[in-house]
Structure formats: structure tokens, C-alpha cells
Design a protein around this ligand. Structure first.
Ligand code: HPA
Length: 289
């Protein structure tokens, strides 16, 4: 047990970060979590201030060598953006509540909405590496939940509803952004597994039967924590590979990161078109600290 509750830790982290990022309490920025190979987007923010995860109260010490994690605040044109460049993963040994903690900090800082991004393998055989997929819904196949533990009633209800975990206003804004760019945007169900091993072909067939379109090792804890806080969520998966058994060759992490990097231009274009629309699509939220 931590001595402090997650709520207290999130408040402490937010109070630490706010002046250093020069984020005024009147701003209600859009928050973005940038997944594997997609972190470069934060470098496009103007006037950016950044804090490494290692300095942030409540963040666990980095476990993976060269793991670059930063909380960045800056402007994309007129749109204030609070970005996590890098995230925590369960497969690093963190429990789901720890993985969700950064999302709770974003909510505590008064983010108006959260965009989650990740790299994922295609289960849907019509998808191809390099495709972007709007996450329409998710399946939590981790057997963990970030809200297990004492109720954090200051953050939200004990038993949050997930029937609208992915906000329809933000989904429409993302579809419009893709259309304006002439980009093909897939939509589908994301299933999260623990990892770090990739799936067996039998597991991929099981996930297909369950209705999943893409599989990855992140995102669900943050989305559940955001839902508890009433923070509207939008999600994008970058399809980096065909999942095991659909693909004819063995999967490697290098391939996943490389394909995500190759898609980063397209991904950044989509974010630049989406974020101003998303900002307009949802109202501001009041910060807790
Ligand atoms: N499986 C799980 N996680 C992933 C994959 C995959 O095929 N691709 C990228 N992340």
C-alpha cells in the first residue's frame, strides 16, 4: 500500500507540474498520450515546456533503459496541448493503477479530453501495416483494473460506466479530420493483452472471435481512469503489423517501432487536423489542482 492515496498523489503531482509547465488553471488543454514510435508529435508544440517523468511526484522510476518519458505542455496553433511523450506499461512490472496514474494527473490538471494513441497488431484481416484505426471500443483482456483498491471518490464514482468510454463527439471530430485530409481511417475494437510476449496464432483467433480488430499492450488502464473522471476519450491505433498467425513471419519489436515511425507523418497530420476540432467539440473541465 502506498501511504498516500492515488488522489493525493495526483494532486501533489499536478501542484508540482502546473507552475513549471506554466499552465494556468483557466486553461483546459487537450491531453494526448503518445505511444510507441509516435512521441515525436510533442516536438511540434510551440513554446513547449517539459518535465521528465523522473521528476514528477508519484511517477515510478524508469525501468527500461533509454525509456524517454516526459510531460510536455505547449501550443498547436491556438490549441493548448498537454502531452505525455511515452507511457508506463504493465509489462514493465507496474500494476494497472500505476499505469493509469499519468492519466489521472492529466485529468487533475483540468484536461478537457484525452486522446490515447498506441501501436497495435491487426487482427482484422482487411487492415494493413501503416493504417490508422479509430478505437471505437475496447476489450480488457488483462484481468486487471486500475480502479481496484480504495475508492477514489474525489476523482469519480466507484463503479464507472464504460458504455461510452470513447466519446462520440470526439469520434466525429476525428472522422472529419481524416476526411478533410483524404486519409483512410479504420475503426475497430482494440483488445489489450498484458504482453510482453506477442500472441500465439490461437490467441489471435480467439480475439477475432471475441470481436477485436487490433491487439496491443497498453491504453486500457488510462481509458478506464479517464472514464472514472468523466474525461471524454478518443483513441487512435497505428497498425504496425499483422498479428501473429495472420502475419507469415515472426514479429519483432523493431518492426513495430519502425512502422510506427514511418506512419508518424500521417499520424501527425491527423493530429494537427483533429486537435483543434476536438478542442471545440467538448467543453472545458475544471482542474482539481
Ligand atoms: N500484439 C501486441 N501488441 C502489439 C502488436 C501485436 O501484434 N503490435 C504492436 N503492439
Amino acid at each position: 500500500m502506498t501511504a498516500m492515496s492515488w488522489t493525493e498523489l495526483a494532486l501533489e503531482c499536478a501542484r508540482f507540474a502546473r507552475p513549471r509547465l506554466r499552465l494556468s488553471p483557466e486553461e483546459s488543454p487537450l491531453a494526448v498520450i503518445l505511444g510507441s514510435g509516435l512521441g515525436g508529435f510533442a516536438d511540434q508544440l510551440a513554446g513547449a515546456r517539459a518535465l521528465p517523468f523522473s521528476e514528477l511526484p508519484g511517477f515510478p522510476p524508469a525501468t527500461v533503459k533509454g525509456h524517454k518519458g516526459r510531460l510536455v505542455y505547449g501550443q498547436l496553433g491556438q490549441t493548448p496541448v498537454l502531452a505525455l511523450q511515452g507511457r508506463l506499461h504493465g509489462y514493465e512490472g507496474h500494476d494497472a493503477a500505476t499505469v493509469a496514474f499519468p492519466a489521472r494527473v492529466l485529468g487533475t490538471l483540468g484536461a478537457r479530453a484525452l486522446l490515447v494513441t498506441n501501436a497495435a497488431g491487426a487482427i482484422n484481416p482487411t487492415f494493413a501495416p501503416g493504417d490508422l484505426m479509430r478505437i471505437a471500443d475496447h476489450i480488457n483482456a488483462t484481468a486487471q483494473n486500475p480502479l481496484v483498491g480504495p475508492g477514489e471518490e474525489t476523482l469519480g464514482p466507484r463503479f464507472p460506466d464504460l458504455s461510452r468510454a470513447y466519446d462520440l463527439r470526439l469520434a466525429a471530430a476525428l472522422e472529419e479530420a481524416a476526411k478533410q485530409l483524404g486519409q483512410t481511417l479504420r475503426a475497430g475494437v482494440y483488445i489489450q493483452v498484458n504482453g510482453p510476449s506477442y500472441e500465439t496464432p490461437a490467441e489471435v483467433r480467439m480475439a477475432q472471435t471475441l470481436g477485436a480488430d487490433a491487439v496491443g499492450m497498453s491504453t486500457v488502464p488510462e481509458v478506464i481512469a479517464a472514464a472514472q473522471m468523466g474525461l471524454p476519450v478518443c483513441g487512435i491505433s497505428c497498425i504496425t503489423n499483422l498479428a501473429a498467425g495472420i502475419s507469415q513471419h515472426p514479429l519483432t519489436h523493431e518492426e513495430v517501432v519502425e512502422v510506427a515511425r514511418q506512419a508518424e507523418g500521417k499520424f501527425s497530420d491527423l493530429l494537427r487536423a483533429f486537435l483543434p476540432r476536438a478542442f471545440a467539440a467538448v467543453p472545458p473541465r475544471k482542474p482539481l489542482a
